[in-house]
Design a protein around this ligand. Sequence first.
Ligand code: AMP
Ligand code: ZN
Length: 113
Amino acid sequence: MDCLFCKIINREIPADIVYEDDEVLAFKDIDPQAPTHMLVIPKRHIATLNDIEERDLSLVGRLPQTAAKLAKEQGFADEGYRVVMNCNENGGQTVYHIHMHLMGGRRFTWPAG
Ligand code: AMP
Ligand code: ZN
C-alpha cells in the first residue's frame, strides 16, 4: 500500500518514534507547529475519519489515550495542549492515514484557522 504512515510503521522510511505498542505508534512531526508536535496513529490503516467502522472504535480510542499519556510523560499535560484530527481537503488533511496531532509547549488560539 502506498501510504506514508504505513511505511513508517513498517520501518520502510525513518521517523523519530516516541512510543509504540501493538496498536498505535507515535512519532515526531517532521514540520513541527509547536515546541512539541507529535503524531499518534493506529497501526491499522484507516484513511480518514469518515472511514472509521464499529470495529475500530476501541483502536481509535487509543489515540487520545496515548496523546494524554505522552503529554503527561513529557510534562505539559497540566499546562495544556492541543490535539487535532484533520479530515479531507477542507480539513487540511494531507496524509490519508488517520492521525492525531499532539501539540504542546505554547498557547493555542481558538477558533482554529
Ligand atoms: P495532516 O495535514 O493533518 O494530514 O498532517 C500530516 C502531518 O504529517 C503534517 O503535520 C506533516 O508535517 C507530517 N508529516 C509528513 N510527512 C512526515 C514524515 N515523513 N514524518 C513525520 N511527519 C510527517
Ligand atoms: Zn496507512
